[in-house]
Write a protein that binds this ligand. Structure first.
Ligand code: ADP
Length: 308
């Protein structure tokens, strides 16, 4: 059995309009990479070979916390080195911490000879994600681990539903050079919401699932409305309202904030519109003196996997 393995985990879009805390999907790119190696020290050591800033303290790094949770579940005491080749910057709103959590537990599970089913790794990955966001939400973790478009029906017990979706759905994603901390960003959202907002949110999430299942692009587009987080979080994304208008004029199905932001995503039914959307996103942020990186990507069927 090998002592070392390289794992890839996809970036993910969570919240997905009305799907606040309960919906997410995996992207074909970017992919985060983590090398996991057994060590003889009986401890978890962290090595960062990327430009991304991540905690080197095993109590603060989401990956080591996730692995500790897995080892506790398995009642195993072993040591691992985690060598980070991070390709997704922390705080990007595209699941950097989730990719680190799933890559870590997936890698350790492989090195241990797969004592756990992949789906059962969710709980340990969530324990890691908890320290990044301060709340238990699986809408990045579940698609990062399993791929596809995911609905989380319940947290207690966890009930994850893989949705079917149109295969030519294309996501345009922009990551502006701004940092929004998930913990801080969650504080912006009121604890209680109005009945009207709750009804609208429920209608939109149900319609979004129906649209995805029946390849009804128009329905997908008009359901991508969020009454809970977007009204509060969009204020911290310069040019957001103009961007929404321009993207709508260019023919995307819909758009919203990815995760807690600052990344923004748009869905299209063809690659040409998705490419146009990328240019609009980049230009609109530049008008606000903000550099950005854009991705045009399909929804990935595959989640976390072995690279080599
Ligand atoms: P994202 O959506 O990009 O994951 P979050 O704000 O949810 O953004 O998570 C990033 C936070 O998690 C940062 O405070 C970062 O320092 C912390 N963190 C701890 N370990 C890691 C890791 N291995 N990879 C990414 N972020 C990590």
């Amino acid at each position: 059995m090998s002592d070392s393995i390289r794992i890839a985990a996809p970036a993910t879009v969570s919240n997905v309009g009305p799907g606040f805390d309960l919906m997410g999907f995996a992207l074909e790119q970017p992919l985060d990479i983590l090398k996991v190696k057994r060590n003889k020290q009986n401890t978890i050591r962290i090595f960062n070979e990327s430009d991304a800033t991540i905690p080197l303290d095993p109590f603060k790094n989401v990956s080591s916390v996730a692995i500790k949770s897995l080892l506790d579940t398995l009642q195993i005491n072993e040591g691992f080195d985690l060598i980070f080749e991070k390709k997704i910057n922390p705080g990007s709103g595209i699941g950097s911490s989730a990719a680190s959590c799933t890559a870590a537990v997936y890698g350790v599970n492989q090195l241990l000879g797969k004592p756990m089913e992949t789906e059962s790794l969710i709980d340990s990955a969530l324990a890691g994600e908890f320290i990044a966001s301060g709340s238990l939400h699986a809408d990045n973790i579940a698609p990062a681990l399993l791929g596809g478009f995911i609905l989380i029906r319940s947290y207690n017990p966890i009930d994850i539903i893989k949705l079917t979706y149109p295969k030519n759905l294309v996501c345009t994603l922009v990551h502006p050079d701004l940092v929004i901390n998930t913990k801080e960003s969650r504080k912006l959202i009121p604890e209680k919401i109005e009945l009207n907002a709750s009804i609208a949110q429920s209608g939109n999430i149900a319609a979004l699932v129906a649209g995805l299942n029946t390849n009804n692009y128009a329905l997908i587009g008009r359901s991508l409305i969020d009454k809970i987080a977007e009204p509060h979080r969009s204020k911290f994304i310069p040019g957001y309202d103009i961007l929404r208008k321009r993207l709508s004029d260019c023919g995307v199905l819909g758009m919203n904030i990815s995760g807690s932001g600052p990344s923004v995503f748009a869905l299209s039914d063809n690659p040409e519109t998705a490419a146009k959307a990328a240019k609009i996103m980049e230009d609109t942020f530049l008008e606000n003196n903000i550099k950005s990186v854009t991705y045009v990507s399909g929804v990935s069927q595959v989640g976390t996997r072995v690279l080599d």
